[in-house]
Write a protein that binds this ligand. Sequence first.
Ligand code: SAM
Ligand code: DTB
Ligand code: SF4
Length: 328
Amino acid sequence: MNANVETVSCSASANEKIRHDWTVDEVKTLFKKPFSDLIFEAQTRHREFFNPNQVQVSTLLSIKTGRCPEDCGYCPQSVRFKTKVETEALLPLDEVIEKAKQAKANGSSRFCMGAAWRSPKDKDLEPVIEMVKAVKSLGLETCVTLGMLNAEQSVRLKEAGLDYYNHNLDTSPEYYGDVISTRTYQDRLDTIMHVRDAGMNVCCGGILGMGEAEKDRYGLMQQLANQEHHPESVPINLLVKVEGTPLADADELDPIEFIRAIAVARIMMPKSYVRLSAGRENMSDEMQALCFLAGANSIFYGEKLLTTPNPSENADKQLFDRLGITSV
Ligand code: SAM
Ligand code: DTB
Ligand code: SF4
């Protein structure tokens, strides 16, 4: 048997193949399918592993905002770009608990805390660990995104009870250097490996609409799906263009191409939660409905992402009602 193919059992089909050996040409073939065929395949795959009418909801909170030394060309929090983001030091524990309680009361099942760090110092982890423990004790799943981690830091977070670590690949290895110069693609893969080795769930995806070529979208999907284990959660972000960042004037991505990318992610990583992430504020209800049809089954919920706006909880509740979707 091919070592890159593992066989899993599920109720819908006994011997479903989960692949980790995609070629770029195969990814391209998926992207180029007639739209109806692509959506049908994605929806069929989706139903093998998930209830198609359920969407997982996570709430984000920026626990440390701005003045990040990195130069990620999309990010309003880099100290190198002149944006309107207001800098904020690490939030106090009681404020984080308050926000997590609100998120839970509004129906979120996971609370994701983000810090504008290149990588945390060992002493930075202490207050974050207190936050993780407190949020978990409210009955919420926990996720943090703090930048690069080493092996020991990953183990400390796992021992604190952290459920997910978010660290994105962002784009293809080939386009990556056009967007970020202060850390390498390999640095990102190393962090993901440390998180995986520590036994945490991996949340790893990318951003579309950064001026990348079609082949970069194929490359990103290939990198995500050819990991030894698929990330449990795959956030697909549509670039939020922020004034002052180098990508503020990036060309608009065709919405159909974005929906195709969701479908391709669903087909290639059929057991993962594919999250329709940043960028929903600029999407119509109809576009979001097509993303759910293409296999997206997670969103960020609540009117703010880290520093930029997200649809209101009310708007999302109405959309879910219209689509017969329940949140989990
Ligand atoms: N500083 C940490 C890091 O970069 O790993 C954690 C926070 S960082 C803001 C988390 C992720 O948010 C980035 O990897 C990127 O994928 C996404 N992101 C940041 N700015 C974005 C934007 N303007 N539009 C879409 N996604 C964005
Ligand atoms: C992810 O993939 N998207 C989220 C989360 N992981 C941390 C962040 C989106 C940030 C959008 C820009 C902002 O609000 O600052
Ligand atoms: Fe810093 Fe993260 Fe923004 Fe990059 S994406 S500039 S590492 S906060």
